[in-house]
Design a protein around this ligand. Structure first.
Ligand SMILES: [Zn+2]
Length: 251
């Protein structure tokens, strides 16, 4: 039988094609998904989640759309990310309470009034306090007058050290996994942070007013990536509390 001989030029071409396919494949994985190494590292620490109760709060909902830009509504993005985060947490072994799992708010007073907003927030906090949750994680989308402002940022309540450590852990993961934010964890004064009896954070997952980020925030793949970063931050926070990993930085 005659063997097919491939000339050196064809071999080189063939190798170049293989290299190209591999490189493009790697670049796609790098850009669009959380790498297997990231997942493995977090999975190894996940046992610290067992018995932890996390309240995941999708900001706004129902008559309150949150910030809106060209028909894109904050309440839809926060719900998608919250549901994804709840899945990651449950898979990791944590117990999860969602303040909402559909397009609604928690109030029953007159829509559009200040008291309705207040009642909505009070009921979200009550879910966490009544069930003695370990942490309260609220998800929101940011907005600003200038379109170039971008990047996810995590906030904690002034004066709460554990809350700041949690915010710091989540912000670190957002930075590492999304690779598009240099923002740092910050303290602020929030109704939810003031009234919850456990560490609470607000994660502003990006700016609806930045056209590029607004587009990304609507993509299910990006939403998953954001949710995974928040999940990874929670895992690290609990692992540090359990002494499994070194204490987190942040005073
Ligand atoms: Zn909001």
């Amino acid at each position: 039988m005659k063997r097919l001989r491939i000339g050196p030029a064809y071999k080189l071409f063939f190798l170049a094609v293989v290299a190209y396919v591999l490189l493009v494949g790697a670049a796609r994985t790098y850009d669009f998904a959380v790498t297997t190494a990231d997942r493995r590292e977090v999975a190894a620490l996940a046992p610290v989640l067992v018995d932890k109760l996390v309240v995941v709060d999708a900001g706004h909902g129902g008559p309150d759309p949150g910030v809106v830009r060209d028909g894109v509504r904050e309440k839809d993005i926060t719900l998608a990310v919250a549901l994804r985060l709840a899945e990651y947490l449950e898979q990791g072994g944590a117990r999860v309470l969602l303040t909402r799992d559909k397009d609604c708010d928690l109030a029953d007073s007159e829509p559009g009034t200040k008291s309705r907003k207040r009642q909505d927030l009070e009921r979200r906090v009550a879910i966490a306090n009544d069930n003695k949750a370990d942490v309260f994680v609220s998800i929101h989308v940011n907005s600003f007058d200038e379109a170039n402002e971008h990047g996810a940022q995590t906030f904690s309540q002034l004066g709460c050290t554990e809350g700041y450590q949690l915010a710091h852990a989540i912000q670190d993961e957002l930075k590492t996994l999304l690779r598009n934010t240099d923002r740092v964890a910050k303290r602020g004064d929030y109704f939810t942070g003031r009234t919850t009896k456990m560490p609470a954070v607000v994660v502003e997952i990006g700016f609806i007013t930045n056209p590029r980020e607004c587009k990304l925030l609507q993509e299910p793949e990006y939403q998953s990536k954001v949710a995974f970063a928040i999940y990874a931050g929670l895992v690290r926070y609990f692992a540090s509390g359990a002494g499994v990993v070194p204490p987190l930085t942040g005073e």
